[in-house]
Design a protein around this ligand. Structure first.
Ligand code: GDP
Ligand code: MG
Length: 167
């Protein structure tokens, strides 16, 4: 039995809780177990929000995580800047340790796609940030796109568990 630990990071209000709750309350863990076998998924969201709220406090504390979901709100440019800074800090803190693993285990998520009429961050900007940092990218809506949320978590999990096999 392998335990997988995923940290969900991002600015306040980006939708970290909404994503985690959306995923977990639809009993996806059960569905996943029947599809993919011997892995369990633990989600720890927002581990950096306290006590330094709004500040980047990415430290050694995050080294327990096997994968990272970095969330921003497409209708909030400040949340994109926060995600960008988080991404750089994350890469910085792991580079030289196991670069390949980290790159395939980070997912950049542009949340609140249902608010595209209030969009402040272009899809291409998210895509470029992901390409520049060699991480995965998608836009979705925790509010409206349950299947996409499931697909995103599934991909994160698959990438992490395939890294376990490589190691
Ligand atoms: P967190 O601080 O990152 O955990 O953000 P929350 O999950 O608490 O979400 C902040 C606010 O955004 C809440 O009012 C949510 O209902 C709302 N929210 C989260 N995801 C979405 C989404 O996909 N679409 C819309 N329209 N609202 C969302
Ligand atoms: Mg929250």
């Amino acid at each position: 039995m392998t335990e997988v630990k995923v940290a969900v990071l991002g600015g306040s209000g980006a939708g970290k809780s909404a994503l985690a709750v959306r995923f977990l309350t639809r009993r996806f863990i059960g569905e996943y177990a029947s599809n993919a076998g011997e892995h369990t998924l633990e989600i720890f969201y927002d581990p950096c929000s306290q006590p330094q709220r709004g500040k980047l406090s990415l430290t050694d504390e995050l080294h327990w995580a096997d994968g990272f979901i970095i969330v921003y709100d497409i209708s909030d440019r400040a949340s994109f800047a926060f995600a960008k800074a988080l991404l750089y800090r994350l890469r910085e803190s792991h580079i030289g340790v196991c670069k390949k693993m980290v790159e395939s285990s980070i997912f950049l998520v542009g949340n609140k796609q249902d608010l595209c009429h209030m969009r402040e961050v272009g899809w291409d900007e998210g895509q470029k940030l992901a390409v520049d940092n060699k991480c995965q990218f998608c836009e979705l809506s925790a509010a409206e796109h349950y299947q996409e949320v499931v697909a995103m978590f599934t991909k994160v999990l698959r990438n992490i568990t395939s890294n376990f096999k490589v190691k």
